[in-house]
Structures are given as structure tokens and as C-alpha cells.
Design a protein around this ligand. Structure first.
Ligand SMILES: [Zn+2]
Length: 465
């Protein structure tokens, strides 16, 4: 019996959240748990009310959205629910970058949390949100993890990408460290994937005996292959909660063999955090509908947009219902997902589902010694200089040399160049790097940027073993 886990859940965590950090995360979480037992109509009603309030705020207080509504000749009252949202044009990533200042609310709540994202599409973006939105994000995440059987205070191993620079001042770093220690969260960087790195990750699992692993999906799958190949499993079943990268056919089986499972998929992005996640029935990903509206849209050759039909791949369009500080309304984040026929899930929760998510793919590169390095590393490398990089792409050639293509934004100079050189060599030691300034990055046929291009001969580890 895990005494500390129970103590943490029932005493330490509530005291920490409510008392010390004065966060209402737990009361939002309680409310979200109640919503799991609501009817689909009740959930829909709640979503409409949240959307109406957000749109009113955006029209009254956010210059960018006031202009958008006026240009479209609509008022917030004309949008009665998510089905009417399409009267507003979608917000592209390029527009989100360009109009950053005008998307900030002129009245409280103001954005207080600021982040940059390299994004899976290679077009960095500065995002911001208010405090209340942060509480919602935390609560939505906790609920999704609880569906996967995670309980706060459980020993957890994060096999995740590591940030290139610590974020925030000493105070916030200490608070975060205290959070992690209390919560028994252990972190292992999943970016380097050579044999010695995989062996170190295995040792961490043996030592820590986690109940749950939070993983980049492809990093965990690569680790799972290693565990199976080396017959290294020496632990009871570990639940695996995947995110950030897609799960491919066969990955679940491999993860289950190596770690025990069960395996759960989650989908999120830095702009809104968790968007959808699997429940125990694992028949698609339930959308966190209390916090985010997800539309899947298909653009016809005529330029006309329509909702994706069940089974059809569409572009993800997001509306964050609780970020009033810097609203994201009808934001295209660059991901693609498959729509699902509306139907009741075996779990009984009323939340609509996505069938699957695609378009978070990142290829695997090789360093000078031939060790595998996850392409997601470049999101992390670019994040601290995202305000001066409009877009980027990493090409690894047949001789393993790297061309780092950058579409610079104003302010891109020697410091940014030095940051790129230093960090690319850190993640890909022994590989010659040239940084090339370009006008634009060509897109793939599906309209997505490919963040990483591995040319023939550089051996991509993306293919099945
Ligand atoms: Zn379900």
C-alpha cells in the first residue's frame, strides 16, 4: 500500500494548492468530475454559455477580434453555439504572430503567463494567457490523467523533452522544484536516444518503480523496443500516458509488452494545453469540451471551408474557452485529426470524441556517432528565441550534416545564431551545421510544414523495426 500517495492526495495536495499557492485548481477539478456524469445536452448547454461569454469579452475588449467581427458583419449574438463559429475566419498561425499585441485584452483579466512555442509546424509563436486559464488547464490535465488511472502523488516518471533553458526566476523555479518533489515527479530527457541513453532510462525505471510513465509517444516506443530487445523488463505493470507525438499501429502492443500498460493517448498543444484524451474504453479521444471547442475543417478546392465528415481528416481549429487575456478563437494550430461519428462512449461520459490525431510527426535524426535524436528537440531549441524566428526547418543530409533553415523575424541576429549553433551542437554532437536564412519554407502537399527532413542515407529511425 502506498501510504505517501494517499497522504499526498488527501492532505498535502489540497493544503499546497489551496493554502500555500492559493489556486482554485481543485474546485475546478471537482466541477469537471461532476460534468463527467452530465448528459450530452447539459454539456452542450454549458459549452454554449462559456462560448457566448468569451465572444462578448473578445468583442468588447480585444481590438483584433472587434475588427474581425466587424469585418465579417456579425456580432457575438449571431454565434449561438460552436456550429455558428464558422462565420468568423480561422486565425492562422501567421496571423496570430503578426497581431500578437492586438490580441491582448484591454481590460482584466490580463495575460500573466507567457510562453513561446516552436510548434510541430516549425513556425514559432509567442502565446500568453491569464491566471484563470492556467487553473483550467491544470484541472483539465488532472482529469484526463485520472481517466488513465493516474492519482496525484503516484510515483511518476516523465520521459519527456527537456527545455534548453530554465524558465522563470529563482522563486518560480524553486516552487516548481517543490511541486515536483512533493508530487514525486521524476524527469528523464527523451531527446537523446542512443543505446547508453536508453540504458540510463531503464535504470531510472528500475530505481524509481513508477506507477505511471508520461511519455513522448515515439520516444517511449523506441525505449520499449530496447527493453524488449534487451529483455530488460524488471518491473510490475506501469501505466503509460502518451502525448506530443503520434502513436502508430503496433506501438501500443510494444509499449504494453515493455512496460505492462495499459497505454493511453492524449492530445494537446502549447497554445491550449490538453485538448483531448482517451478514457478506459479507448475508443477515440474525448475532447475537454468545458475548456476548448475543437472544429475539424476541410478546405474545398474552391476555397470554401466545411466541417470534416466522420472518418475524414480535417484541420484542427481551436477555441480556448477560458483564456480571456489573449483569446484564441478559431485558431488553426497546424495539426490534423480524424473526425468521429457522434455516438455514446462505453464509459458513459458525454464528451465528444476525435477518432485520431495526426500531424504531430517528427522524424528522428542521427548525431555524429550515429545515435538517434528525436526531431522534437528542435521545438525546444527554438522556443527561447521564438520571437525572432518566423519559421524554420531542419534538413539532415546523407552525410549527416545539418542545414538549419531559418526565416528570420526582426531582431534575429548574432545572439540568436549563437544560441542555435550552441544548442544544435549540444543535441547533435559531431555533426557539421550550417544555418541558412531563407525567405520561406516549402510546405508539404497536406499544407503542413515539415519541421525535420531526413534525406536518404541519413537513416531515419521512423520506419518500423
Ligand atoms: Zn469514454
Amino acid at each position: 500500500m502506498d501510504v505517501y500517495g494517499a497522504l499526498f492526495r488527501h492532505a498535502l495536495w489540497p493544503a499546497w494548492e489551496r493554502g500555500l499557492r492559493r489556486r482554485p485548481t481543485l474546485s475546478i477539478l471537482r466541477d469537471l468530475r461532476r460534468a463527467e456524469r452530465a448528459s450530452p445536452d447539459e454539456l452542450e448547454d454549458r459549452r454554449r454559455r462559456a462560448l457566448a461569454a468569451l465572444l462578448r469579452h473578445a468583442y468588447d475588449c480585444v481590438p483584433f477580434y472587434r475588427r474581425r467581427f466587424d469585418a465579417a458583419g456579425v456580432s457575438p449574438r449571431d454565434i449561438r453555439g460552436p456550429e455558428d463559429l464558422a462565420v468568423l475566419p480561422a486565425l492562422t498561425r501567421a496571423e496570430a504572430r503578426e497581431h500578437g499585441r492586438d490580441r491582448v485584452s484591454r481590460a482584466p483579466p490580463y495575460p500573466v503567463i507567457r510562453k513561446t512555442t516552436g510548434g510541430t509546424t516549425g513556425e514559432p509563436l509567442v502565446i500568453a494567457y491569464d491566471r484563470e486559464s492556467e487553473y483550467w488547464r491544470q484541472a483539465v490535465k488532472e482529469r484526463a490523467f485520472s481517466w488513465a488511472g493516474y492519482r496525484p502523488g503516484d510515483r511518476a516518471l516523465h520521459y519527456w523533452g527537456e527545455a534548453t533553458a530554465p524558465v522563470g526566476g529563482l522563486g518560480s523555479r524553486l516552487k516548481r522544484a517543490a511541486d515536483q518533489t512533493l508530487r514525486r515527479q521524476h524527469f528523464v530527457d527523451c531527446t537523446p536516444r542512443g543505446e547508453a541513453d536508453l540504458e540510463a532510462a531503464v535504470r531510472a525505471i528500475r530505481r524509481l518503480r513508477p506507477r505511471v510513465m508520461f511519455c513522448y509517444a515515439q520516444a517511449a516506443t523506441e525505449l520499449a523496443r530496447y527493453v524488449v530487445r534487451e529483455d530488460a523488463r524488471a518491473w510490475d505493470d506501469v501505466r503509460v500516458i502518451c502525448g506530443a507525438e503520434p502513436l502508430y499501429d503496433g506501438d501500443r502492443e510494444r509499449l504494453t509488452e515493455a512496460f505492462g500498460g495499459p497505454v493511453y493517448e492524449t492530445y494537446g498543444c502549447r497554445e491550449t494545453m490538453l485538448i483531448a484524451s482517451e478514457c478506459e474504453a479507448r475508443g477515440g479521444l474525448h475532447i475537454a469540451a468545458e475548456n476548448v471547442v475543437v472544429e475539424l475543417v476541410v478546405t474545398e478546392p474552391t476555397g470554401h471551408e466545411r466541417p470534416a465528415r466522420p472518418g475524414e481528416l480535417g484541420e484542427v481549429v481551436l477555441t480556448d474557452l477560458h483564456n480571456y487575456g489573449m483569446p484564441f478563437i478559431r485558431y488553426k494550430n497546424g495539426d490534423l485529426a480524424v473526425a468521429k461519428e457522434p455516438s455514446a462512449c462505453a464509459c458513459g461520459r458525454p464528451h465528444p470524441r476525435l477518432d485520431s490525431v495526426e500531424g504531430r510527426a517528427s522524424d528522428t535524426l542521427r548525431d555524429g556517432a550515429g545515435r538517434a535524436v528525436g526531431g522534437m528537440a528542435f521545438n525546444l531549441i527554438v522556443s527561447p528565441i521564438a520571437d525572432v524566428v518566423r519559421a524554420f526547418q531542419v534538413v539532415q543530409h546523407g552525410d549527416r550534416s545539418i542545414t538549419f533553415k531559418v526565416v528570420p523575424a526582426p531582431g534575429f541576429g548574432d545572439r540568436a545564431l549563437a544560441h542555435l549553433r550552441r544548442n544544435v551542437s549540444r543535441y547533435l554532437p559531431g555533426v557539421p551545421v550550417s544555418i541558412e536564412r531563407v525567405e520561406s519554407i516549402p510546405k508539404t502537399r497536406s499544407g503542413k510544414h515539415r519541421l525535420v527532413v531526413v534525406e536518404t542515407g541519413a537513416t531515419s529511425a521512423r520506419s518500423a523495426p
